[in-house]
Structure formats: structure tokens, C-alpha cells
Design a protein. Structure first.
Length: 361
């Protein structure tokens, strides 16, 4: 084991899921409910990894809009700040990239003294988003191996591929007569237009799959469950993705906190990952797929058209939703021991076309 990464266990998982595709299916879900006028409580639900049910007992307090002041990773009182939906996506991207990079470096026998990921999201006047991130490495890491780690994040990183590729987002509004809605990716060129808003985060690798993060002055952490070689210390990157969508959808729909004893609106967000994509060389999708958002109004029998209309506004205006739904060419920069290192454009990067087992998620 190097850098807290169990390479033998990763190889074993790659072999197992290669032989049984059902065991490669990871289903994830979260549920959001209003907690105050400007924030909600998002609770993770048990993951399902093939035939195994994996309990996840985390809560993420999130603001509906930009800004922050209340985050608590586990149930109970604690920290005083919280992420907004875009901040959660940046934390998820940084955590996933760090996971991919450290796994690739560990497989090559490299032990970095420092690994930081600096994700950034920029928005133009029409709401179009652009995404980039910088990877900073210090220590005894050869430049060519650092480039291979960047290639691993691009090719097999779940968050990178989720944000880079188009996603159909589906929604169900549970009323007296359920309303099914879909939001296909928008057809636009994210390179056009000057950025009018810019959001950044800093994600610092600790050990294994555990990272500490900061976005807009808000501190957070992320980890993977033990079944995916983590220490189960905090929500996973994928759970931050779904928490962002659930919180943002609830903010558009019905963010009012209910009085004691009264029902409140709720949003459930779920998705699936085929682990053969990030953990093996099989031709399978790498990103989060089958994303479904379900809105349960406080009174489904009297919701009428207000709840579906709120979801339609979310489809049109939600920053986090558009980052996940629409395709984005992602710019990646590498800084090694304080010196920028050129990295090949992915179309010219032959390191991703390898037949060797790829261990980086």
C-alpha cells in the first residue's frame, strides 16, 4: 500500500466487475428538505454496489443560492458554514480528480509530498459555463508520470467525464397526476463570451481517497466508502454532485421550511455509475449517468402546475444543473514543484489508449 491506496484491492475489484457486470453497478441517492429560509438539509441514502447495500449516514447543509454559512458533514451540530450548489460541484470535481491522480501515481510507485486541485467554474452573461482545473504536485514525481496522472483524471475520472460530456437530466414531479419532465443538453459553444462570474475552490489531498476542501471560505471534506477503498469519513464526490442538484431544484421549487408537524417539500436525486468505466479498461461510460430528480411537493394533491413550472425554471436557469447537463471542454493545467508543465491536448494524448488495467477512478 502506498499513499493510503490499496492497489491490490483495486486490481481485485477490476477483475470482479469485469467478470460480473451487475457487480459493477453503483447506485447513489440523496434527499433534500428545507431547513431554513435560505438553506436545506441534504441527507445521503444507502448506496447499492451490485448486490451489496452500503449505508451512508452523512448530511450536507446547503444554501439554495450563492454564498454560504452552514455545513455539517455528519448529523448533529458542528461547523458554521455551508456550500451552495456550484460550490459543491467544485468540491466534487476536485475530490474526484485527486482520487484519480493519486491512484495513478501510486501504481507507478510515486509518493507526492503535495497534491492540490484548484477547480474553477466561469459563467458568461447568458449563464453558459466554462470549467477548468489546475493540478499542483510537489515531491519526487517525474514530469512524464505527472502527465500520465493528468491523462488518468481526464480519461477515467468520474467527475471530469460527468462535466465534460452531455447528460440528459430527467425529473418527476409527484402530484395527483405525476408529471415527467426532461432537460436535454443545450447546444451552445461554451467558449464564446466573456466571463462575468467566476467561482473557485481548493481541494487538498490528505491520504487515500480523503480530501479537505475550501470554496468561498467554506470548509468541506470528501471521501469514498470502504467498499471503494476510502475510510468513509465524509460524503463522496458523487454524493456532492447529487446534493448540488437536489438543493438547487428545491430552491426553485419550494424552499419554505415547514412548521412543526406540517409536511415540507422534498427533492430526491439519484444516479448510477458503471464502475467498469473508472476502474477497468472495459468500454463503459465513466461519468455519473441516469440522473433522476424527483420533487415531492408539500401537498401533492394541490400542487397543480406550480411545481412543474418551478422545475422548468430550474431547467432554464439553474447554474449547477447546466454545469452537469451541458457538455464542457475542460481546460487542465499542471504545476510540478512550482513550475508549469505542458500537458498534451486529450485528442493527442496517447497515454489514455492503454491496454493495461487502469486503476485510477
Amino acid at each position: 500500500m502506498l499513499n493510503g491506496v490499496d492497489l491490490r484491492a483495486r486490481e481485485s475489484l477490476a477483475e470482479q466487475i469485469g467478470e460480473d457486470s451487475w457487480e459493477a453497478q453503483l447506485s447513489i441517492g440523496v434527499a433534500a428538505r428545507p431547513a431554513a429560509a435560505d438553506r436545506c438539509r441534504v441527507r445521503t441514502e444507502p448506496m447499492r454496489l451490485g448486490s451489496t447495500r452500503v449505508a451512508r449516514a452523512f448530511g450536507i447543509d446547503q444554501r439554495f443560492g450563492p454564498g454560504a454559512d452552514c455545513l455539517d458533514q455528519r448529523s448533529g451540530s458542528g461547523a458554521a458554514d455551508c456550500l451552495d450548489p456550484v460550490g459543491s460541484l467544485l468540491v466534487a470535481l476536485g475530490a474526484s480528480v485527486a482520487d484519480s491522480v493519486v491512484a495513478e501515481l501510486s501504481a507507478a510507485g510515486c509518493a507526492p509530498a503535495l497534491l492540490e486541485v484548484l477547480p474553477c467554474a466561469e459563467f458568461t452573461a447568458d449563464g453558459t459555463g466554462r470549467i477548468s482545473y489546475e493540478i499542483r504536485l510537489d515531491g519526487e514525481v517525474p514530469a512524464e508520470q505527472a502527465r500520465r496522472a493528468v491523462a488518468a483524471a481526464r480519461a477515467r475520472g468520474t467527475a471530469h467525464r460527468t462535466l465534460e460530456e452531455p447528460n440528459d437530466i430527467k425529473a418527476v414531479v409527484q402530484t395527483a397526476r405525476d408529471v415527467h419532465l426532461a432537460s436535454p443538453p443545450a447546444d451552445h459553444d461554451s467558449a464564446d463570451g466573456a466571463a462575468v462570474r467566476r467561482r473557485t475552490a481548493r481541494v487538498m489531498w490528505e491520504i487515500g481517497t480523503h480530501v479537505l476542501a475550501e470554496a468561498d471560505g467554506v470548509h468541506a471534506e470528501s471521501d469514498q466508502p470502504k467498499q471503494l477503498f476510502g475510510a468513509d469519513l465524509a460524503p463522496s464526490a458523487q454524493e456532492y454532485f447529487l446534493a448540488a442538484l437536489a438543493a438547487e431544484a428545491l430552491g426553485f421549487a419550494d424552499p419554505r421550511a415547514a412548521a412543526p408537524g406540517e409536511p415540507a417539500a422534498a427533492v430526491h436525486a439519484s444516479g448510477r455509475i458503471d464502475l467498469r468505466g473508472p476502474y477497468s479498461t472495459q468500454d463503459a461510460p465513466v461519468g455519473l449517468r441516469n440522473i433522476l430528480v424527483q420533487l415531492l411537493p408539500a401537498d401533492p394533491t394541490r400542487a397543480g402546475e406550480a411545481a412543474p413550472d418551478a422545475v422548468r425554471r430550474w431547467f432554464a436557469e439553474g447554474d449547477a444543473l447546466r454545469l452537469v447537463r451541458d457538455p464542457h471542454p475542460i481546460e487542465v493545467r499542471l504545476v510540478l514543484d512550482g513550475t508549469p508543465v505542458p500537458v498534451p491536448h486529450p485528442e493527442n494524448d496517447r497515454t489514455t489508449d492503454t491496454k493495461e488495467p487502469h486503476r485510477a477512478p
